[in-house]
Design a protein around this ligand. Structure first.
Ligand code: DGJ
Length: 749
């Protein structure tokens, strides 16, 4: 077993056989879910990870183990409800529950809290039954006296061992139940005080900051109360154990919530040093009236474990997203090179202006031309037009067709910006339907960017939004929608329904958003969609199940982007991370950078161009053409390969380096950045990772130069152990290299 286990790990470490479908690899890993009737222990094994819980003597589900895979024959002792502590901490509190109702004497974070019509607010869940079907386990629990049942769903991804958990709450009583808190899952870690938590914070144009803090007694709350995912926190966490954990070694538990509405993840170290992570709907301002016979389904909370540091944890998430989450999973197409008009023209789009940009974009190898905001209604600026989705006659006298035809004639496909969930008060839609927005009757309606939020929970609003998008896609040859969402909620009232049903807006809104996206995709399967929310305000595993890419930030400064992109990749794959080359000096920091620097920064993700090409010089076009051609040779590796963050741009680092390795290890791409040389020190030697030690790789420069004595070709072990010196000095410098093995037969590389 140890040998077999080591083999699994070795394979994991090199990223060889793990992928299911992505990049042409076949699935070779499998998962097992087993119930031992004697000990009443459930055990889920996949990809070197074991997750186990049992039914304890009180009938509760109790976590037993989550971590590196243990031997097949290793016996996990039956679950035993833990003792309480004195008269103050009850057994409910001290027992690591898989999913606890607030009831009995529970003082830690509950997964479920409910009020019954008779005033009872006590929920104590115990095991009823279970079923195992392939990679899915469902365990039914029920309150000890009332007909409130909870089905806990577990799915396991064979390639990564990532477990997806969610709950379905059913009211089988004959009176309504008010659900006041509903989590998807609680994850428990072994007792200890040497854990640290990583999480992502941000704001508009400053997203994806990686934070790290020790987990101390008490609770850390990561959340959004904004109605959508939000820039402020992202629904992702990672927990490392011990001081030794680093990028490529140590135990890491991680999780991500698939929900694009208000959410909450709590990380708790309780009074007995037990670590619990609970996540699901945000309980703030939450209440869901569950009628008799009805069900409430929670989002899915995914969790995984890595024995090889946070770098491997990220790669597992990347593989999981590409192979199982994205709409095109398990084989997402590479993202095309995009041109987007926003920074060039803002709202001043016209047929002639867009055609001129399109010609120039096509000349450098762009594959998709996207017209951003400004093409519809009376949209001169951000004060008017949202909601009126007809083509602006002054700007496009003959509709969109001439521009779309022109874009097609240039060999590109056409994409269009929309912001379907919003309305400007200065719009025909709002004048006709002022009741369609989120609002409290008779109260002020707070505007942000001069717009209000349409209440998508309403049936009529949902129908309107679906039908205008359906029309747009049915009557125009559109290959791509950039779906924007430029504010968060205020006054989240829904006056059309009874007061005790209004808070359901937090759930129904998002479910209708998902429903619209799902139906549009089914009816227009050729259309790809980007999730954008003033940059990275709506990025999560829920929206990623229905969109093909995301816009991580409105901040397009290529230097800031290094940190933004670094933070992004902790949770999300570079395969969905759009990154544009824009103008210099950049509007964010007035920083000046070369065209090559801007390209190399953007080439770490899905490359786009957002510069005003009408102002470019011939030399800029020449560089762009070369860079785009080079990118097309490596994009499969960058977008779908294994990412190694070799030197982080965080914490004032003077240098940063990333490496992407193709899944079959036939190619690697290295991006190196020097922020400013100091004291004449050389650039740190770069030690590659993840190559096949036996294969020989030829190095070539995409841009910049390696040290003169660098061999033209060497083994994978040479590049990993000896490393490579990059010849780079100065300020805001960048270089990139590719390493191709002799077995690289893929013509696109
Ligand atoms: C915010 C987006 O993030 C930008 O890229 C751009 O599309 C503007 N909205 C348009 O209003």
């Amino acid at each position: 077993m140890r040998l077999q286990h080591w083999l699994t790990r070795a394979v994991l470490g090199f990223g060889m056989t793990m992928l299911i479908g992505v990049g042409g690899m076949q699935a070779q890993s499998s998962a097992t879910i087993h119930f031992d009737a004697a000990s009443k222990v459930f055990r889920i094994d996949a990809a070197g990870t074991t997750y186990a819980f049992g039914i304890n003597d009180a009938g509760q589900l109790q976590s037993l183990y989550w971590g590196e895979q243990i031997g097949k024959d290793d016996h996990l002792s039956a679950a035993h409800r833990m003792a309480g502590v004195a008269s103050f901490d009850s057994a409910e509190t001290t027992t690591p529950n898989e999913y606890a109702g607030w009831g009995g004497g529970l003082f830690v974070e509950p997964a479920l809290k409910a009020s019954f019509a008779d005033g009872n607010r006590d929920v104590v869940l115990t095991y009823v039954s279970h079923s195992i079907r392939g990679n899915e386990l469902t365990v039914r629990m029920k309150d000890v006296s009332l007909a409130l049942t909870v089905d806990l769903h577990y799915t396991v991804n064979p390639g990564t061992g990532i477990v997806g958990r969610s709950a379905v709450i059913t009211n089988d009583t004959n009176t309504p139940i008010t659900i006041e808190q509903a989590a998807a899952a609680t994850w428990n870690l072994p007792h200890g005080t040497d854990y640290s938590l990583r999480y992502l914070t941000g704001r508009w144009a400053g997203e994806w900051n990686l934070q790290k803090q020790n987990i101390l007694p008490g609770m850390t709350v990561l959340e959004s109360r904004r109605g959508s995912t939000g820039h402020q926190n992202n629904p992702w966490f990672a927990i490392e154990r011990g001081e030794q954990a680093d990028e490529e070694s140590g135990d890491v538990w991680f999780g991500a919530l698939a929900w694009s509405g208000s959410w909450r993840i709590t990380v708790e170290q309780d009074q007995l040093q037990q670590i619990r992570i609970t996540g699901g709907y945000n309980s703030f301002d939450f209440s869901y009236k569950l009628l008799p016979g009805k069900q409430l389904q929670t989002p899915i909370f995914y969790g995984g474990y890595s024995h090889h540091g946070i770098g491997e944890a990220s790669r597992m998430l990347h593989r999981f997203e590409l192979s199982s989450i994205l709409p095109q999973a398990p084989m997402p197409k590479p993202r095309p090179v995009v041109y987007n008009s926003w920074e060039a023209t803002e709202f001043a789009v016209t047929e002639a202006g867009q055609e001129s940009l399109a010609e120039k974009a096509a000349s450098i190898g762009v594959e998709r031309f996207v017209m951003d905001d400004g093409w519809f209604g009376q949209r001169k600026d951000d004060h008017a037009g949202l909601g009126d989705w007809y083509v602006n006659q002054q700007k496009f006298p003959n509709g969109l067709k001439p521009l779309i035809d022109k874009v097609h004639s240039l060999g590109m496909d056409f994409g269009l910006w929309v912001e379907p969930e919003m309305v400007n008060p200065d719009s025909d839609l709002y004048r006709k339907h002022p009741d369609w927005v989120l609002n409290f009757t008779g109260r002020p309606r707070s505007e942000a960017r001069n717009q209000l939020v349409l209440n998508l929970a309403r049936k009529d609003v949902r129908e309107y939004v679906f039908s205008f998008l359906d029309d747009l896609l049915s009557h125009n040859q559109i290959a791509f929608l950039k779906w924007d969402y430029n504010r968060n909620w205020s006054e989240p009232g829904w006056p059309a329904v009874a007061p005790d049903e209004q808070k359901a807006v937090y759930i129904e809104y998002v479910n209708n958003l998902y429903g619209i996206l799902r139906e549009l995709r089914a009816k227009h399967p050729q259309v790809e969609i980007e999730s954008c929310s003033g940059g990275g305000g709506r990025v999560d595993l829920g929206i990623l199940g229905l969109t093909d890419e995301v816009w991580p930030s409105d901040n397009t400064d290529p230097f800031d982007r290094l940190r933004i992109q670094d933070g992004f990749t902790y949770a999300y794959t570079p395969g969905v991370m759009m990154a544009w080359v824009t103008d210099s000096p950049n509007w964010v920091n007035e920083r000046t950078t070369s065209v090559a620097y801007r390209f190399l920064s953007s080439m770490q993700g899905s490359l786009g161009v957002g510069a005003n090409l009408d102002k470019w010089q011939p030399a800029d076009f020449a560089t762009a053409k070369e860079m785009i051609a080079a990118y097309k040779q490596v994009r499969e590796t960058v977008q779908h390969g294994s990412l190694y963050r070799l030197i982080s741009p965080r914490d004032g680092s003077e240098a940063s380096v990333t490496e992407s390795v193709a899944l079959d290890r036939s190619q690697a791409v290295l991006f190196t950045f020097l922020h400013s040389s100091q004291m004449g020190y050389p650039f740190p030697r770069v030690f590659l990772r993840g190559l096949d030690p036996q294969q020989r790789y030829r190095i070539s420069a995409i841009h910049g130069a390696m040290a003169k004595d660098t061999p033209v070709e060497a083994s994978g072990s040479y590049w990993m152990a000896h490393g490579v010196d990059v010849a780079m000095r100065g300020d805001m410098q960048a270089a990139a290299f590719r390493f191709d093995s002799s077995s690289n037969t893929n013509p696109s590389r």
